[in-house]
Write a protein that binds this ligand. Structure first.
Ligand code: TA6
Length: 290
């Protein structure tokens, strides 16, 4: 009997939550969702597994607010610098333009989006985002400096992952790396532990590291692997109890079933792009049984 023809990937364009336009993607291995609002990947799930990405049940889906979960695109600044309006830049609350959908016969689906130019960015700064869905999820954030001046920015794919029980999670790959600790006014520390475990608020920006990171989830018996290129920073965040309660778009108990492992270039790892240069930040998210 001939091998079954692999199903092609399928993309449906529809109104999602809050009537925001979104792409619904299915492949032979997985399903995913991408909203044009923030070019926000809100869902990725491999067949037979729990969702890989966490989405808060309390998230807003409105044009003037970021979506709480999935992969927020943080650009052109991280956190809340004194001279900037708002936290984590504006890319995650802009409506991105859909540029291309590619779904070859092997079943993979690739979507390319572009951040529209606007007053916030110098003319000539081009920003694109390419998401590839198959048995893994790959996201690449691309900035090209077509202006005549250097362009300095921070970027971060602020990814929320689903875990079964935060108390049964360990994060490996950052031993020996220095980090800035947000809960203690960004004091600098070296992580000498073999793995990170979460039993209180964790908000750490690890610097000068290109390491892959693994989230070991003993509850769901799954290992999530975060590989990255073009990234020197990894941020690890769990809000824990008080911060969870303080966020209106996040459930009080949801800290127990999520962790953020974010890949980008923040603080001293910020990027200075000279005229004509291109920056590529790429993450590959995969999972395997533990
Ligand atoms: O990545 C960690 C962090 O900077 C935390 O300090 C927390 O603020 C989180 O991002 C979420 O930020 P947001 O603006 O999405 O509420």
């Amino acid at each position: 009997m001939a091998n079954p023809i692999p199903q092609a990937g399928r993309v449906t364009f529809l109104d999602g939550r809050g009537e925001l336009p979104m792409l619904e993607i299915t492949t032979p291995w997985s399903s995913a969702e991408i909203y044009l609002h923030g070019a926000h990947v809100t869902h990725f799930q491999k067949s037979g597994e729990p969702p890989l990405l966490f989405m808060s049940q309390c998230s807003r889906f409105s044009p003037d607010a970021p979506i709480r979960g999935g992969i927020p695109i943080i650009f052109p600044w991280f956190g809340k610098p004194a001279d900037k309006p708002g936290q984590h830049g504006f890319a995650r609350v802009k409506v991105w333009e859909l540029k291309e959908i590619h779904s070859p016969a092997d079943g993979t689906v690739t979507v390319r989006l572009a951040l529209p130019g606007g007053a916030e960015l110098a003319a000539g700064i081009a920003v694109e985002y390419v998401v590839t869905v198959n048995s893994d999820l790959t996201a690449e954030f691309i900035v090209t400096n077509g202006s005549a001046a250097a362009f300095e920015f921070e970027n971060c794919l602020h990814t929320y992952f689903t875990v079964g029980d935060i108390g049964a999670v360990s994060v490996a790959g950052l031993k020996g790396v220095d980090y800035l600790n947000q809960p203690t006014a960004f004091s600098r520390h070296t992580d000498n532990d073999d793995v990170i475990r979460v039993a209180s608020e964790v908000d750490r920006a690890y610097l000068n590291t290109a390491h892959a990171v693994e989230i070991r989830d003993a509850s769901l018996r799954r290992v999530i692997r975060v590989e990255k290129e073009g990234s020197r920073s990894t941020v690890v965040w769990n809000p824990w109890i008080a911060k969870a309660k303080a966020m209106p778009d996040f459930g009080d108990e949801e800290y127990q079933t999520m962790i953020c492992v974010e890949s980008g270039n923040v603080a001293s790892d910020a990027i200075k792009l000279l005229p004509g240069e291109t920056s590529r930040l790429k993450v590959k998210l995969s999972s395997r049984p533990a």
